[in-house]
Design a protein around this ligand. Structure first.
Ligand code: IMP
Length: 338
């Protein structure tokens, strides 16, 4: 079997995603237990104990989720939909413990000024960062306010230099890979998440650009989180993995003797509520209780992966150069059987 480096994977003839690859431990690990590993990281100036960011979707991150993620050492990006932004500023108590908020292209500067005053990260939440309106908004925000800006999304690194020139501090990578995303079906755009991430990673490296990379979309398990970091991501952004937890906005629904919560794409009909072009689905996911349980399982999985890979820090894991490309049967073999 060939052991692939990042560069080999980047040059692979097909676009790859998380299920196509696996990490290969090639050393005798010196790590006796998972607790010897550290998942601490600094992301966009914020100290995190796990490189996990919640997606600014209206069924994932409201004020409660963002605050709980802060407590858990992660980063919640509060969504921009409905009256969420106005609510945020209605009391000082609401803002307490919130570190990042998303805005639309149409959000006016009075709001952005308030976010900057509170030292919040601003996420310009659009489907396609490769658009002059997005770059103009980013440039304007960076020239007027002292604030860190996250933009997205991109699927390859061809325009990374322009995003950096516009002042972006981080970028969400992934188009078409989100679990409620229909972009690829509707438009034919989008490629495998592993290939997207590596393409941007190498453009950043080759051009010595300063911008943090967020693997966004298609992450289904703690193992996928470990793979994304091993591929060089600075952090991961999660939608479905956090959906259905107690802290997400929305009601718990009882249906056919089971508890559920809604999970829907930002470009779904339920969010837009008008006859616009729809690029997202709406679905129900099983209710899963406290988000802390999900975060703990991600932390455990990531630490265990680090101990297999003999990496005490995330930076060591980010330098992984030993990957396998799986045949479809190898992929299936690794799944637990009923
Ligand atoms: P998941 O973790 O696989 O569920 O993916 C979450 C990501 O999907 C988000 O962070 C967005 O980048 C993306 N996304 C959210 N809503 C939509 C949509 O309506 N259409 C396409 N992509 C979406």
């Amino acid at each position: 079997m060939k052991i692939y480096t990042k560069e080999d994977l980047n040059n692979y003839e097909l676009a790859l995603t998380f299920d196509d690859i696996s990490l290969v431990p090639t050393e005798v690990s010196e790590i006796k237990s998972r607790v010897e590993t550290s998942t601490n990281t600094t992301f966009m100036g914020k100290k995190l104990s796990l490189p996990v960011i919640s997606s600014p979707m209206d069924s994932v991150t409201g004020i409660e989720m963002a605050k709980e993620l802060t407590n858990l050492g992660c980063l919640g990006v509060v969504n921009r939909f409905g009256s969420t932004l106005e609510n945020l500023f209605s009391t000082q108590d609401n803002i307490e413990g919130i570190h990042a908020v998303s805005i639309a292209l149409s959000t006016d500067n009075a709001i952005i000024e308030k976010l900057a005053e509170q030292n919040l990260i601003v996420c310009i939440d659009t489907a396609n960062a490769n658009n002059y309106e997005v770059l103009k908004k980013c440039e304007e925000i960076k020239s007027k306010f002292e604030v860190k800006v996250m933009i997205g999304n991109i699927a390859h690194g061809g325009t990374l230099g322009q995003l950096v020139d516009a002042g972006a501090d981080s970028v969400r990578i992934g188009i078409g890979g989100g679990s409620v995303c229909t972009t690829s079906i509707q438009t034919g755009i989008g490629l495998g998440q592993v290939s997207s991430l590596l393409d941007v990673y190498f453009i950043r490296k080759e051009n010595d650009l300063s911008i943090e990379l967020i693997a966004d979309g298609g992450i289904k398990s703690p193992g996928d989180v470990a793979k994304a970091i091993a591929l060089g991501a600075d952090s991961v952004m999660l939608g479905r993995m956090l959906a259905g937890t107690r802290e997400t906005p929305g009601e718990v629904i009882k249906y056919q003797d089971q508890l559920w919560k809604k999970y829907r794409g930002s470009a779904s009909f339920g969010v837009k509520m008008k006859n616009e072009f729809i690029e997202g689905e709406e679905t129900m996911v099983p209710y899963r209780g406290a988000v802390k349980n999900v975060i703990d399982s991600i932390s455990d999985g990531l630490r265990s992966s680090m101990s297999y890979m003999n990496c005490k820090s995330l930076d060591q894991l980010r330098n992984t150069e030993t990957f396998a490309v799986l045949s479809n049967s190898s992929y299936l073999e690794r799944l637990p059987k009923k």
